[in-house]
Design a protein around this ligand. Structure first.
Ligand SMILES: [Zn+2]
Length: 463
């Protein structure tokens, strides 16, 4: 966090340079306005997304009193839970016409604010004698400042893209279609507008992705990710990005249908349904066939314990998950499939939900599926598993690729959540109303929508 107080000359140069890279077709961020009380006049306040890693907030004011401190309060808007943070600027006790700038780091080890998120923010200005003024709330849609963004919108979907207009057309078409189809399959409605951000190549979209762990398999690349409950990133548009869009949009619907405050759908069911939403799944079928041949299928009951982390295991995981979902639907029908989700959402374990809806437990189901693939059934020990099904259910296996495992638990408190990953563990509290003074503290307490709500990444092998 960098706090700067700059004189007018530097301000002008900086402003021009920022504006030159911020050539958005729409400019929701640049809300220039004037507010005043007797003592202080706000000339301008705005937010600018420089690139996926940084938002610059700036306020220009004119005051008679000497300003001691300026505090920026921001909230990341989300359909389910709003979190935010505070940035403080030491104003050094000066009066008169002044510009203050604070940079919000949006993608580092302690914080990930995904591109496409809407922030609301306000400033509180303090003099030596106390609070002078709190500005009106402003809204800012965080977009990647390196590109000229365009927007297409329907009543259910909002697509941000740049370059070829076909990207917007394809994105919105695939999203609307999938929302309808998968919401119909799972008998739910997504109660909020879905947002999609489309880059052109994974290389250009890479900076917008959450930092990967060092164990990340370089042969696995990210085509798209659901980064928040209502927000999807599509990084690569060479190839079938309509299918990537279908896959990621399906994750939005599965979350609505199957994730409750206690019950969470297991990753294989989530991913299997997302692949089911695609039109083509060729690469995964090949990997599945190989896994069947080598008898290396994973056991759904313990899925998530040994997470796949290579291109081969990742593809086989998608392939088997998809094949199991297809098998479930063709065996028991769509109506029962939607019930499976709602029973899990109501708090049941996947095992319990299978028993309630299909009359078989997960291992029985797995043996039926193995039989379907021409494999012998397995005699599972009728003992308690070392890993509780619920815990494994909340850890999407692909998070090993993103370097993060999600153990968010919204039942305790909507404003509390915890993140754990192979290398880091952060316990955070909502800081929307918190008066954090330390930049470090602010960094730690700021939680990301995406991290809370979980990643569901969609990956393929680079050719
Ligand atoms: Zn996925």
């Amino acid at each position: 966090m960098v706090n700067l107080q700059i004189n007018r000359a530097i301000f002008s140069v900086l402003l021009l340079s920022i504006l030159s890279i911020y050539l958005l077709s729409e400019k929701p961020a640049n809300v220039a306005y004037a507010q005043a009380n007797d003592d202080i006049k706000i000339i301008e306040s705005k937010a600018t997304g420089i690139d996926p890693k940084k938002i610059v907030f700036q306020i220009t004011l004119d005051s008679q009193s000497s300003i001691k401190e300026i505090e920026l309060n921001y909230i990341l808007e989300s359909p389910e839970t709003n979190v935010g943070g505070t940035q403080n600027i030491d104003a050094q006790g000066k009066s008169g016409y002044q510009l203050f700038i604070t940079e919000l780091s949006t993608n580092d080890s302690s914080r990930y604010i995904p591109i496409g998120v809407t922030l609301t923010y306000s400033w509180t200005i303090e003099s030596d004698t106390g609070t002078l003024f709190t500005t009106e709330k402003q809204t800012y849609v965080f977009l990647d400042g390196r590109f000229d963004w365009k927007k297409k919108e329907s009543n259910t979907v909002e697509v941000f893209y740049y370059g070829d207009d076909q990207r917007g057309v394809t994105g919105i078409g695939a999203a609307k279609d999938t929302l309808e189809r998968i919401a119909g399959l799972l008998q739910v409605e997504v109660p909020y507008k879905v947002k999609i951000v489309i880059w052109d190549t994974e290389k250009n979209g890479e900076a917008a992705q959450r930092s990967r762990g060092s164990t990340f398999d370089a042969a696995v690349s990210t085509l798209g990710t659901r980064v928040a409950t209502d927000l999807v990133h599509i990084y690569e548009t060479r190839g079938s990005y309509a299918d990537t869009t279908r896959h990621e949009i399906a994750h939005i619907v599965t979350h609505v249908a199957g994730d409750g405050s206690i019950g969470k759908i297991p990753a294989w069911l989530d991913e299997g349904t997302a692949v089911y939403a695609q039109k083509t799944t060729t690469g995964r079928e090949f990997a599945l066939k190989q896994a069947v041949r080598q008898n290396t299928l994973f056991r759904p009951k313990t899925e998530g314990v040994g997470a796949p982390n290579t291109s081969k295991t990742v593809d086989a995981f998608y392939g088997q998950s998809h094949a199991m979902v297809t098998f479930i639907i063709s065996t028991w029908g769509e109506q029962k499939f939607s019930e499976l989700f709602s029973v899990i959402k109501a708090g049941s374990t996947p095992d319990g939900a299978f028993q309630a809806v299909y009359g078989v437990d997960l291992d029985d189901f797995y043996n039926q599926y193995r039989n379907h693939e021409g494999l012998e059934p397995i005699e599972f020990q009728n003992t308690e598993l070392q890993t509780a099904p619920k815990a494994s259910a909340t850890q999407p296996p692909y998070t090993i690729a993103t370097g993060t495992k999600i153990t968010s638990d919204s039942k305790t408190n909507k404003q509390n959540s915890s993140i754990s990953s192979p290398s880091t563990s952060i316990d955070s509290k909502d800081s929307a109303n918190r008066k954090g003074r330390s930049a470090l503290t602010v960094g730690l307490i700021t939680i990301l929508l995406a991290v809370i709500l979980g990643f569901a990444s969609f990956r393929l092998v680079k050719q």
